[in-house]
Every structure is written in structure tokens, then in C-alpha cells.
Design a protein. Structure first.
Length: 126
């Protein structure tokens, strides 16, 4: 049985997986480095797609790493995946109402309405 190194036998498996998951497949790039420790695959994606690659609690990234580990074991190579953080940090954030109200409270120019005790108690009554 002939064994092939991962770097030459399956160059596009990670790219194929990731392109099928993201909204911007044209922005997917995989850099590969081979050394004595094994194969290091560095994944670069559009900042908007980072959440889809990482998944909830990192489950999607763990699954991709598991698949790469299996392919590597089958080809006698140690495969590691590094998901590169996009330049400028995180992608666009969407403010929730909680974040907006917290930002208003921190704003020194934000007017605080002077309310009496009766008004506050009235708000608490259902």
C-alpha cells in the first residue's frame, strides 16, 4: 500500500470544507507549512464568516480539526489547524439594546431624568 504525504495528496480538503460553510467562499485562503512537527494549515476567511467557521462554543472548528487529524493519521502526518484572526480584530458587531443602554449610562453628556420616589414606585407596580 502506497502512503502519500498530506501536503501533496489532499491539498484542497480544508478549502473544500470551509468554502461549503461560509457565505464568502472567494475570500477563503489556506496557507500550508510543512516541517519536522507536521503540517500547519493556516485558514484565512472573511471577518464576517469567522462565526460560521468557529461555530457555537467552537464546535465547528473542533469538528474540522478532527477531520484533518483523521486525514493526517491516515497519511502518517500530524496536521494542525490555525484559524487566523482577521486584520483589525473582530468583524462587524451588532449592538443589542443592553449594550446601547450601557453605553448611554457611560456617556457623560447623557441626561438623567430626575424622577421622584412615587414615579419609581409607580413603575414597579404591575
Amino acid at each position: 500500500m502506497v502512503r502519500y504525504e498530506y501536503s501533496s495528496a489532499r491539498p484542497g480538503i480544508l478549502e473544500y470544507l470551509v468554502k461549503s460553510l461560509v457565505d464568502n467562499p472567494a475570500d477563503v485562503k489556506v496557507d500550508r507549512k510543512v516541517d519536522e512537527m507536521g503540517v500547519l494549515l493556516t485558514l484565512l476567511v472573511n471577518p464576517v464568516d469567522m462565526g460560521q467557521i468557529i461555530g457555537r462554543q467552537g464546535n465547528t472548528a473542533k469538528a474540522i480539526r478532527s477531520l484533518l487529524r483523521v486525514v493526517g493519521l491516515k497519511n502518517n502526518a500530524r496536521v494542525n489547524l490555525k484559524i487566523a484572526e482577521p486584520e483589525g480584530g473582530r468583524g462587524p458587531r451588532y449592538n443589542s439594546e443592553a449594550n446601547e443602554s450601557m453605553n448611554e449610562a457611560e456617556d457623560p453628556n447623557h441626561e438623567v431624568k430626575d424622577r421622584g420616589m412615587d414615579d419609581v414606585i409607580g413603575d414597579l407596580k404591575l
